[in-house]
Design a protein around this ligand. Structure first.
Ligand SMILES: [Zn+2]
Length: 260
């Protein structure tokens, strides 16, 4: 305590402040640089640019292409072939962009045979599938969906079917396959042809009817809750009119129900 007082009162104290603040800041900048170096080394995330769209990202998120010893352009799924490599996103548009803008000859300083391009386009789906195992699970589903849509196109919306049936089928489908779900639904409808009857039934009896779908005790309670809410909200079990309403508005109404 007494030492600190003496230091502050020392004639050279203000001068020492001027020296030491910039020094501390310099030290901190230096430390930050060292930390960045350390983290980039330990994480080991080399970045590469897509030759289609130019976006720079972790090279493991991209596909690598090399020239074979015979001069053919090919995918390098393990990213370990020697020589110069070109990187590309997993989007077909980026491959098309790279081909049409003649980026490969520029990267490899070599002409590329037209047949190589055809082969690349054919192998593109395979190359993307092979790369999935290196992708973190949370991104895998998005990539698989993208692959399916690229290959088969977006499935057209089949139109609105009986909304309440669809909702109950969705509850039944939780954690089981379509066959068990359909069997459970058929048994439920056979036992209770009217939704009003399900609403008035004991949950144990509903559970017995939907047993093939599994989780019958939880699902029976949920189904009866939903029927109760539907009847209270709309005054009917016929929800066909919802098909003509704004999907977003309907979605919000049902999500709100879920929050209560
Ligand atoms: Zn790209």
């Amino acid at each position: 305590m007494s030492h600190a007082k003496i230091d502050i009162l020392r004639p050279g104290f203000l001068f020492s402040l001027k020296i030491s603040f910039p020094w501390i800041i310099l030290k901190m900048i230096n430390m930050r640089g060292t930390l960045q170096q350390l983290s980039s080394k330990s994480l080991h995330r080399p970045l590469r640019s897509c030759i289609g769209c130019g976006i720079k990202t972790d090279k493991r998120a991209l596909l690598r292409l090399v020239l074979s010893p015979k001069g053919h352009l090919m995918f390098d799924p393990r990213q370990n072939q020697p020589g110069r490599g070109a990187y590309i996103c997993k989007r077909p548009a980026c491959l098309q962009e790279a081909i049409s803008h003649r980026r490969f000859p520029r990267v490899f300083h070599s002409s590329i045979a037209q047949t190589d391009y055809s082969t690349l386009l054919e192998q593109f789906v395979d190359a993307r599938l092979q790369s999935i195992r290196h992708i973190r699970p949370s991104l895998r589903l998005a990539l698989i969906t993208q692959l399916l849509e690229d290959h088969f196109g977006r499935p057209p919306w089949q139109g609105c079917e009986n909304p309440l049936d669809t909702l109950i089928l969705t509850v039944l489908s939780q954690n089981t396959n379509d066959r068990n779900r359909d069997q459970a639904f058929a048994r439920l409808r056979q036992r209770y042809p009217q939704w009003q009857q399900v609403l008035e039934a004991e949950t144990a009896d509903i559970a017995e009817a939907i047993r093939p779908a599994g989780l019958a005790n939880q699902k029976s309670v949920r189904i009866r809750d939903i029927l109760h809410w539907v009847h209270l909200t709309y005054g009917t079990f016929n929800l066909d009119f919802l098909c003509r309403e704004d999907p977003e508005k309907v979605k919000q109404t049902f999500l709100q129900r879920n929050r209560h």
